[in-house]
Design a protein around this ligand. Structure first.
Ligand SMILES: Nc1nc2c(c(=O)[nH]1)N[C@H]1C(S)=C(S)[C@@H](COP(=O)(O)O)O[C@H]1N2
Ligand SMILES: [Mo]
Length: 428
């Protein structure tokens, strides 16, 4: 049965004319519609009856694994061609301007791989713990799932996020300037539980974390962090990890730079000092103006960005009620406040945080205002529970110079033009 007779009669044309007249006379605002009320295909709009109302749709289980609407096909991870030397060693960015709330969908979180995605058969997955332990252990995936579980929601940010912006405004879109961050709920076992199982020798001070990908990426982790809040996660947002995020198990280090969150984790060696690592996977040191590098800059400082409006999400209305939205996060705890400026940092007003403001997680803020149609210089600054205030980019440059590509948590400025287009700029 395709469609019902009930809907087959087309309403009289005169009704349509009346409705249009009402809209033109200012009824648009009352109906909560904008100038975009004229967009689309009138045949699908009131008072006409669209096909999707006339016809039955797919039944259950036709879409055995759900996907977003086909009209959302533009909401994807993207890379920057000139940044991507090879498809394997590359980065893709989270489409932050297309998301809301605080949780990143599993298919949209940025990816960073040094040697591509390892496709691991879970039956062959093994995690080895050895070195300065009482009994070296080998875990299967099922073994990991039989330890007491924890659920933790945390952001994961590459230390190179915003790194292209150290010398000046460069990339036009928050997807590219800030999209090396995602936030999901991880399910797994604490690393402490596994280390307790193996038994640490008194001299234990550092761990080596090694990935099972072709990069065999290794990082040194101070034991204190491992015992404090590190996880070995196998689920994200309830699902098993996706291959690009380390299936079947990865390291989660709340608040710390993502480079250390080893994916496809296969080996943990316990030692008494940090290891020397191969340059290409571990040059995450911050070169200062005087040539000295900041090392072990593990914690991600508080940061924020306005995701809407932004260069990929311009303002479509010419003026009037406007919703500004963005995300804030801190590697040192909860976000306690976010301020917003419409004039490049001269005046600040508190934004409205809505939804959870979890520890070391993305936090959503909004600022609603009446746009007078004039140019805007939008900024946001995050303040975390330690009292730390997100600095301006120039304040950061004074401290650290411009040699590093890492740990740029400076305030972002978006220039909103009169026509609603938005551009990445800097204010002095
Ligand atoms: N085994 C392995 N782990 C890895 C990497 C890698 O290339 N191999 N890249 C690291 C870097 S630099 C980042 S930023 C994060 C990215 O995590 P994601 O791809 O889940 O976003 O993984 C880290 N863990
Ligand atoms: Mo990274």
């Amino acid at each position: 049965m395709a469609g019902t007779d009930r809907h087959k009669d087309k309403p009289a044309a005169s009704r349509r004319t009346v409705l249009r007249a009402a809209l033109a006379a200012g009824g648009a605002a009352a109906l909560g519609r904008s100038a975009l009320a004229d967009a689309g295909n009138p045949a699908n709009q009131p008072p006409n009856v669209p096909d999707w109302t006339r016809n039955l749709g797919d039944g259950v289980a036709v879409r055995a694994y759900g996907k977003p609407s086909k009209h959302e096909a533009h909401v994807i991870r993207r890379d920057v061609e000139w940044l991507t030397a090879s498809r394997e060693s590359s980065v893709s960015f989270t489409p932050l301007h297309e998301l809301d709330g605080v949780i990143t969908p599993n298919g949209l979180g940025f990816e960073r791989h040094h040697s591509g995605i390892a496709e691991i058969d879970p039956a062959d997955y093994r995690l080895i713990i050895h070195g300065l332990v009482d009994k070296p252990l080998i875990f299967t995936l099922d073994d990991l799932k039989r330890f007491p579980r924890v659920n933790r929601i945390h952001f994961c940010e590459c230390a190179a996020n915003s790194g292209m912006e150290w010398r000046g405004a460069q990339l036009n879109g928050c997807q590219y300037t800030h999209g090396m961050v995602h936030c999901v709920m991880y399910t797994g076992v604490t690393l402490k539980t596994l280390l307790d199982e193996a038994g640490l020798k008194p001299k234990a001070k550092w761990l080596l974390l090694e990935g099972g990908d072709a990069a065999a990426m290794t990082r040194s982790l101070p034991l204190q962090k491992a015992l404090d809040d590190a996880l070995i996660a196998y689920r994200m947002n309830g699902e098993m990890l996706y291959p690009e995020h380390g299936y079947p198990a990865r390291v989660v280090l709340p608040g710390w730079e993502a480079n250390m969150w080893v994916k496809w984790l296969r080996r943990i060696e316990v030692g008494d000092q940090p290891w020397h690592h191969r340059e290409e996977t571990s040059k995450y040191t911050d070169l200062l103006e005087n040539g000295i590098a900041r090392r072990f800059t593990f914690v991600m400082d508080a940061k924020s960005v306005i995701t809407n409006p932004s260069p990929q999400a311009p303002l479509r209305h010419k003026s009037g009620f406007t919703i500004l939205s963005g995300i804030a996060w801190s590697g040192r705890g909860k976000i306690s406040r976010v301020d917003v400026s419409l004039d490049g940092g001269r005046n600040w007003r508190p934004a409205r945080i809505d939804g959870p403001a979890w520890d070391k997680a993305l936090t959503r803020f909004y600022y609603e205002f009446d746009w007078d149609g004039r140019e805007l210089l939008l900024q946001s600054r995050a303040i975390d529970e330690t009292g730390y205030v997100q600095p301006t980019k120039n304040e950061l440059r004074k401290l650290r110079g411009v040699n590093s590509v890492y740990h740029n948590n400076g305030v972002q400025t978006w220039h909103v033009h009169k026509n609603g287009e938005v551009e990445n700029v800097e204010v002095s």
